[in-house]
Every structure is written in structure tokens, then in C-alpha cells.
Design a protein around this ligand. Sequence first.
Ligand SMILES: [Zn+2]
Length: 219
Amino acid sequence: MNYNEEKQALVNYGKKMSTEGLSSGTSGNLSIFNKESGLVFITPSGVDYQKTTSKDIVVMDLEGNIIDGDKKPSSEWHLHTLFYKNKPDARAVVHTHSVFCTTISALRMPIKPVHYVIADANSIEVPCADYKRYGTEELAKSAVKAAGKSDAVLLANHGIVVCGKDISSAYSLAKEMEYVAEIQYRAMSIGKPILLTDDEMKEVAEGFKNYGQPKKEDK
Ligand SMILES: [Zn+2]
């Protein structure tokens, strides 16, 4: 078994998560799901991101059986595997305790459409899951239930979980949701934020479909 690409990507994004301020200390965790093999690659529990190497990445199946690696997997492996079981397009999951998402989660309120980039979560708002203790299957169930179709969900008094079609999309979504949460926090500090309406958000979602450079076949 090799899978160096998956392991190295997790090492690189773990370092990025720590240097870009999305995680302090060893908090947060990342995983990649390889659908063909049915394997989940996940960061180890309690290892400093700056010191993590590809040898530390744990390989498990969707039931949590360790297939390879001598470290303990992230304590939130239930959260990661349950997302893959419930979200057919998810190939990567990122969980962080980023400050502004966690601040909003302490109010047990959703991240609201205070900025249009929230549409990247495939949702008008990012719901907040009921509080359950960290590292439990109950937390995973609560998160998946609250997420529904959204690719991002807050965990009450804890942080945020997001998923994406690959690790780069999942990581970008975690950063964007932190940005929207910060705008919400700042706007709530000086007044009552005016939220984008459902129609305005529909328009944004439509626009996102055609965002970026046209694909070759479109030319
Ligand atoms: Zn956590």
C-alpha cells in the first residue's frame, strides 16, 4: 500500500491550516476519502501539524478499522467517516476550531447570508448542530443531521466541519466560512446585519455555476 499523494496532501494542508490560523495547537483534523478503495486517510490524534509526516497519516475503512499506520487516528474519525457515508460527493473533510466559526457556534446560531460567498457551502446558511461531546459518534450523528444538504455545519461550542470534492475545495470552504463568520461577528458588533434574501442567494448560486474561466468545450 502506498497512497503517497493522499498522505502528502494531508500533511501539506495540515501545515497550511496551522500557519493560516485556522487551527491552534493540535486542534482540527483533515481527511481524504478514496472511493475506489473505500479507504479514508486521516490525520493522527494530537500530533503537531508542523511535525506531521506522511508516515503519521492513518488509513482506515469507513467502519473505523485501522488498515495501516501506527498512530491513533484523529479522535473525530466518526465525524469524518459519517460524512463520507452520508454525502456521496464528499472526497475530503476538514474540521477546525477556527475562532470566528467557533464564536458563532457558542451562540448556537447559524452562519447567516451576510456575504454571498456562503453560497459555496451549497446552502443559504450554515446550520449549527446540537451540542454533543467531542470525539463521540453522537457528535458525528448530530453534525450530519444538522448539515442536511449543506457542505458546512457548525458544532455547538466547538467549531466547524466542511466537506468538498477534494482536499483543496474542502480547505477553501473552511477558509471562506471563517471569513463569513468573521463578517457576521463584526456586523453584529456594530449593528444588526442585513441578510441577503433567498432570491438574492438563488441568483448568486446561479452565477457560481458559470464562475471562473470557461471550460475548453465551452469555447
Ligand atoms: Zn474539534
